[in-house]
Write a protein that binds this ligand. Structure first.
Ligand code: SF4
Ligand code: SF4
Length: 164
C-alpha cells in the first residue's frame, strides 16, 4: 500500500531533524560549503514531492522549476542561512541519499556532493552512524510512498550520470 506522500515527507523530515553528519559542526572545515550559492548565485536544493507546500509564506526562499529530471520537480533557493526546523529534506540528508537496491533501502553517497563536501571521499565511515541510520530510516519511509519512490528513482537515474 502506498503511503501518503505528505505523511512520508513529514516523517522523513522529523527523522532527520536533529542529526548532523558529524558530532562536531561539519561546516567548520568547509565554511558550510553546501549552503553557499554556486558561482551563478543560484545553487539550490531539490524539493521532495509536495515539500513546496511547507515553504508557502516563509521569507527568504525562492522556488523555481527544475527540469533535469524526467518528472516535474522544484528547486528551493535560500539565502545561505536558515532555521534548522525549516531545512528542506535534501539539506537534512546531504551529502547522502537513501537508495532502494536488492530488496532493501541502503545509504549511498550523493555524487552531486563531491564538488563541495570534503567528507565524501572518505566514504560512509566519515559520518556519524546516527546520521547514516537517520538517512536510512527516512528512506524506509519515503520508499513506501509512490511519489517519493518515483522521485528518488529519477534522481538516482540522473546522478548516475555524474562523473566523480
Ligand atoms: S559540505 Fe559537507 S562537511 Fe561541509 S557542511 Fe556540508 S555536509 Fe558538512
Ligand atoms: S536551506 Fe538551509 S541548510 Fe539548506 S542550503 Fe539553505 S541555508 Fe543551507
Amino acid at each position: 500500500m502506498s503511503m501518503d506522500a505528505m505523511e512520508a515527507l513529514l516523517t522523513a523530515r522529523r527523522l532527520t531533524e536533529g542529526v548532523t553528519p558529524l558530532k562536531t559542526d561539519c561546516g567548520r572545515a568547509c565554511a558550510h560549503a553546501c549552503c553557499q550559492p554556486d558561482e551563478t548565485g543560484r545553487g539550490g536544493m531539490l524539493l521532495f514531492p509536495g515539500e513546496e507546500q511547507l515553504y508557502r509564506g516563509l521569507a527568504g526562499y525562492r522556488i523555481t522549476p527544475y527540469t533535469a529530471l524526467e518528472i516535474p520537480a522544484l528547486l528551493l533557493t535560500c539565502e545561505g542561512q536558515c532555521v534548522r526546523t525549516e531545512r528542506p529534506l535534501s539539506c537534512r540528508i546531504f551529502p547522502l541519499l537513501p537508495k532502494y537496491k536488492d530488496g532493501s533501502v541502503r545509504v549511498v553517497r550523493d555524487r552531486r556532493g563531491f564538488e563541495v563536501c570534503p567528507l565524501l571521499p572518505s566514504g560512509l565511515g566519515a559520518f556519524r552512524p546516527e546520521f547514516v541510520e537517520a538517512v536510512r530510516s527516512a528512506g524506509e519511509v519515503l520508499y513506501q510512498s509512490e511519489a517519493h519512490r518515483n522521485f528518488l528513482d529519477q534522481l538516482h537515474k540522473l546522478i548516475a550520470g555524474f562523473v566523480l
